[in-house]
Design a protein around this ligand. Structure first.
Ligand code: SF4
Ligand code: SF4
Length: 247
């Protein structure tokens, strides 16, 4: 017992002070990209041809953040002339269309449905649905329950039963085998309820885009309220989106 107390005194309080104090991200973290539409057309086309996700719109000079896996290839190929990735992790949006961007996203708080804040501002219970992804999205969401992030201090928790939940948090490209289970879980949640698509897979199919084995777009079967881009989304991206949209 004395050893436990000694350890606690030595280790101190490890929980971050976010959002009162910012969290420093690793220097190689790739956040919101900034696109230069005045860049040479040939270079833009070269980046678009090389993009593994086919998510560069050369006509409008935009990147689809709902499909981008943040591999950084476009930044490397263009030497930062066409795309540069910022350290801004605040990328959640309420509209799929807003994820087609040159580097500007609307303020999420303004797009939040007011009654969601009233209903879930003090307590939000979510049921996680892993719909066939690689497990990185789940792992980086799970991190939010560690002492550093301590998600429950914000009144947000993941629960086992959809009957106890206010909404679903979906990761993965929604394999056809998970289609019925996802709809059943959604229907089991009492009204009003929220739907969160987390990660490129749940938003668009991500790296599995085009596969015959997936649905690939959660919004095509149930209405999505909140989109959280990334592959996987950084825990801070998820936390910022949840706090801004619901709190
Ligand atoms: S970072 Fe995104 S837009 Fe750039 S090449 Fe990779 S997937 Fe394509
Ligand atoms: S979005 Fe990326 S990290 Fe998340 S499940 Fe899909 S492939 Fe894995």
């Amino acid at each position: 017992m004395l050893q436990v107390i000694k350890n606690r005194l030595e280790q101190g309080h490890r929980t971050s002070k976010y959002p009162k104090e910012p969290i420093n991200l690793y220097k190689r973290f790739r956040g919101l990209p900034k696109v230069d539409p005045k860049c040479d057309g040939a270079l833009i086309q070269r980046c678009a041809d090389a993009c593994p996700q086919d998510c560069i719109d050369t006509k409008n000079c935009r990147i689809d953040l709902g499909r981008c896996v943040f591999c950084g290839l476009c930044e490397t190929l263009s030497g930062g002339k066409f795309v540069t990735f910022s350290q801004n992790c605040e990328m959640g949006t309420a509209s799929r269309d807003d994820l087609f961007t040159q580097g500007d996203l609307p303020a999420l708080a303004e797009h939040s449905k007011k009654h969601f804040k009233k209903l879930f501002g003090r307590s939000l219970q979510l049921r996680q649905i892993s719909a066939g992804g690689c497990n990185a999205c789940e792992a980086d969401t799970n991190v939010l329950n560690t002492p550093f992030w301590d998600l429950s201090r914000f009144g947000i928790q993941f629960v086992a039963s959809p009957r106890h939940a206010d909404g679903i948090h979906v990761t993965g490209p929604l394999t056809k085998n998970m289609r019925a289970a996802t709809i059943t879980t959604f229907e089991a949640i009492p009204h009003p309820k929220v739907v969160i698509a987390s990660g490129a897979c749940a938003i668009s199919g991500g790296p599995f885009y085009g596969s015959d084995e997936i649905v690939g777009d959660l919004n095509s079967i149930i209405p999505v309220d909140l989109y959280i881009p990334g592959c996987p989304p950084h825990p801070l991206t998820t936390l910022h989106a949840l706090l801004t949209y619901f709190k």
